[in-house]
Design a protein around this ligand. Structure first.
Ligand code: DLL
Length: 433
């Protein structure tokens, strides 16, 4: 199976724009009439639904921020009565109240459709056995991939995250062909497989569908090599729908955004201006089919760019570049913007250490200090101090020449950095700013 739904996934740009315009008009009407918060925001800008006369008029609509969801907590942004909502998820976030997301029956159908498309991108069909090791619960990862798997008629193993030994046992005994989890958890599973003496040849794994956190190309290579699979990137966020907003195809050159459901824009996060095609900036999404929680120009804080060139796979949907980080994950060290994924690239490119790392930021006096803690491989651990120091030195100078910042590099014992079964915590910021 090459595509799940070629009618949409391969439609001409003209048709995509037509479908988007029709759906946008409906969405704007719906939020204006059903969500007082949106009506107020639109009235404050002097806009009415009738003003949306072309797709370009999207630009005139107000943005939606995470804060809008917080001030209307829990259900204030829902555009349907609660009797129409059949599922509620919530995104934990690191600060403040959770953001709450409600789905109608049609929304669940849409969500299953987009994750089905993603699974087919990974090569799944009805013979596949998909081990969903994303967390089940309020987090959207588990149930999102679960419904997509059932939709295509493959067998889903709803194991959720954690209990890695059992993951491995089941993977081997049930003949899992597709693994769905965070990339950091995939690496952890690979490590445990190695320890259990199970070779990739002993498994039936063919592909992995990894997302929910940024991961570098180098990390992809590491996972592909260790598990002997095709590793593709899936993107999404709870507010917009969950996993399945976009997904890579087997060519791995950007993630196809499901444009019949979500309209992307790239803006300058400071000025909020829409940037020209190809520019790097903050991703903004407008949902155009959602009923429960439609969102207009939602500021994701994720950094990416859009590529409208045709992809070799035949899908015509625009591709977003792999997300390199979030504006709020970015650490500013002595004025230099650093994303953890950039450090990850340098570390894995050098390939001298284990692929497990953590960044610790401190303020010493008036100066920001960034410490890169990275695990030694078991062989290095028994090595001479002099050799360890020389690896630290090489990493330090590679980071300095790539990112232009000086860091303290500390090689730590194997397995001393906490493994994650969900989203990895890469940064510890001890600065009290
Ligand atoms: O992480 C949904 C998801 C589940 C996506 C499973 C993919 C797979 P949230 O918990 O609301 O939803 O977190 C959303 O995670 O704004 C990004 O910052 C980050 N994120 C999600 N996917 C990717 C990815 C889910 N492929 C936030 N690459 C988003 C980089 C990602 N970051």
């Amino acid at each position: 199976m090459q595509y799940w739904n070629p009618t949409y996934e391969c439609m001409s740009r003209e048709d995509i724009r037509r479908v988007q315009f029709e759906r946008l008009v409906e969405t704007v009407k719906r939020v204006y009439h059903n969500v007082p918060h949106y009506r107020n925001k639109m009235q404050a800008k002097g806009i009415e639904p009738g003003d949306i006369k072309s797709l370009d008029d999207l630009k005139s609509l107000p943005f939606t921020y995470k804060d809008d969801l917080r001030v209307t907590y829990p259900f204030g942004m829902f555009a349907v009565p609660l009797s129409e909502i059949i599922r509620i998820h919530a995104s934990s976030g690191t600060t403040g109240k959770q953001t709450v997301v409600g789905y109608t029956r049609k929304d669940i159908e849409t969500w299953s459709e987009v994750t089905a498309r993603a699974l087919v991108c990974a090569g799944a069909d009805k013979n596949s056995i998909v081990q969903v090791a994303y967390g089940y619960g309020l987090f959207t990862g588990g149930l999102g991939l679960h419904y997509g798997t059932e939709k295509i008629g493959a067998a889903v193993i709803p194991i959720s995250g954690g209990n890695t030994k059992r993951q491995i046992q089941i993977m081997k005994d049930f003949g899992t062909t597709i693994l769905a989890c965070t990339p950091s958890y995939a690496l952890y599973i690979a490590e445990e497989l190695h320890e259990a003496g199970i070779k990739k040849e002993d498994l039936k794994l063919k592909a992995g569908i990894f997302g929910a956190e940024p991961w570098s190309e180098q990390m992809r290579r590491e996972i592909e090599e260790q598990l002997g699979i095709l590793a593709i990137d899936i993107y999404g966020l709870s507010e917009v729908i969950g996993p399945g907003v976009a997904c890579e195809c087997k060519y791995k050159c950007g993630l196809h955004i499901n444009e019949d459901h979500f309209i992307p824009e790239i803006i300058d996060p400071e000025t909020e201006e829409v940037l020209p095609e190809g520019s790097v900036g903050e991703l903004v999404f407008t949902t155009i089919t959602k009923e429960g929680l439609p969102l207009i120009r939602y500021r994701t804080r994720d950094i990416s760019s859009l590529n409208y060139e045709r992809c070799e796979c035949g899908r015509t949907f625009v591709r977003m570049e792999k997300v390199c980080g979030r504006t709020d994950d970015m650490i500013i060290v002595r004025g230099v913007n650093v994303f953890p994924s950039q450090i990850e690239s340098v570390l894995l490119e050098l390939g001298e250490t284990a692929p497990h790392y953590q960044l610790v930021v401190d303020r010493v006096g008036k100066l920001d200090m960034l410490e890169v803690r990275v695990e030694m491989t078991p062989q290095m651990f028994s090595d001479k101090v002099k050799n360890i120091e020389s690896v630290e030195k090489r990493i330090r100078s590679a980071i300095e020449s790539t990112l232009g910042i000086s860091t303290k590099v500390t090689l730590v014992e194997p397995k001393s950095i906490a493994r994650s079964e969900g989203k990895a915590k890469r940064v510890i910021d001890n600065r009290k700013i």
